[in-house]
Write a protein that binds this ligand. Structure first.
Ligand code: ASN
Length: 324
């Protein structure tokens, strides 16, 4: 088997500088190859390094598009792909790629590290090994994230730790394959563009002036991060604001602040304003999955009715069954 490693940046290959850790071009490949030799890794590995390498907090849509284009361009040449990526936005990228890559049937595996490979207790080498082993599996056909000895579906993950080696978790557990009825073919990419997707985070004891100001920027999509199963204080002011936002064409989505979320606007009376305001429930989707999915949907659909319908339909494995 032959696997392509695409190195985009992140802590795994960073070195200290006066301003803090930053990626160092041209160094990581040698260290990884030396480790693969020591471990007798049985498959061929090719290396592609991006220029510039980035801290993943610099991530933009063009990085997703570049990754997607490379995977489609080299699709026939490799059995699987490993993407080395910073952890800060890795869950956004694994989610976005899970929606942007259509009809691919080979594993695309993201990983990185919390500690650079030059440090004594690095997690980077183990993470890369697991990613390569996963990319060489012929029973996996989606986008994945491997980290700290765990394998997750790319559309299920969220970053949970800044300092511990267990950087990621999948709130609703592990399901490795999207359950879609008619897989598309041949493989193709849906490239995405920047979109005005805004988030309003409810806090007790805060006036709605912030929400009003956000709505006045006329975002294309506004995600309300609500309480519990999708509740928020029901006031006439909120109802008026939601009506105003909908009239100006903003798509309104209800996503819970809870880590293991399952939005259900029929459960409590406290969700009535949101329900009657026509908000779309994000169900069990992570915020990262929701954002990746919205980028793809906004590329394909103009009309809010289509966008609302498609947001509720599975496009990958982003709607896991809620855990009791
Ligand atoms: N700031 C780093 C990044 O996301 C964090 C990491 O990779 N652990 O690029």
């Amino acid at each position: 088997m032959t696997i392509l490693i695409i190195y985009t940046g992140g802590t795994i290959g960073m070195v200290p500088s006066d301003g803090g850790w930053r990626p160092q071009p041209g160094y990581l490949e040698g260290r990884i190859r030396e480790h693969l030799r020591q471990m007798d890794f049985p498959h061929k590995v090719h290396w592609r390094e991006y220029d510039p390498l980035i801290d993943s907090s610099q991530l933009r849509c063009e990085h997703w598009n570049e990754l997607g284009r490379d995977i489609i361009e080299y699709y026939d040449d490799y059995d699987g792909f490993v993407v080395l990526h910073g952890t800060d936005t890795m869950a956004y990228t694994s989610s976005a790629l899970a929606f942007m890559l259509r009809g691919t049937r080979k594993p695309v595996v993201l990983t990185g590290s919390q500690i650079p490979v030059w440090e004594e207790h690095t997690d980077g080498l183990d993470n890369v090994m697991l990613a390569l082993e996963t990319a060489a599996r012929d029973d996996l056909q989606d986008v994945y994230l491997t980290f700290d000895s765990k394998l997750y579906h790319g559309a299920h993950v969220t970053k949970i730790n800044t300092d511990r080696l267990k950087a990621f978790a999948a709130p609703h557990g592990v399901q490795l394959q999207a359950d879609l009825e008619a897989p598309e073919s041949p493989p193709r990419l849906i490239p995405v563009t920047e979109a005005a997707i805004e988030v309003y985070h409810y806090l007790p004891g805060t006036p709605l002036a912030g929400l009003k100001a956000l709505i006045e920027t006329r975002p294309r999509v506004l995600i309300l991060l609500t309480y519990g199963s999708g509740n928020a204080p029901d006031t006439q002011e909120l109802r008026d604001l939601l009506g105003y936002a909908a009239d100006q064409g903003t798509l309104l989505i209800n996503r819970s602040q809870c880590y293991r979320a399952n939005v259900d606007m029929d459960r409590y009376e406290a969700a009535a304003a949101l329900r009657e305001g026509g908000l779309i429930g994000a169900g069990t989707m992570t915020l990262e999955a929701l954002v990746g999915k919205l980028h793809v949907l906004l590329t394909l659909f103009d009309d809010n009715i289509d966008l609302a319908q498609q947001t509720l339909l599975p496009w990958s494995a982003e709607l896991p069954k809620p855990k009791m």
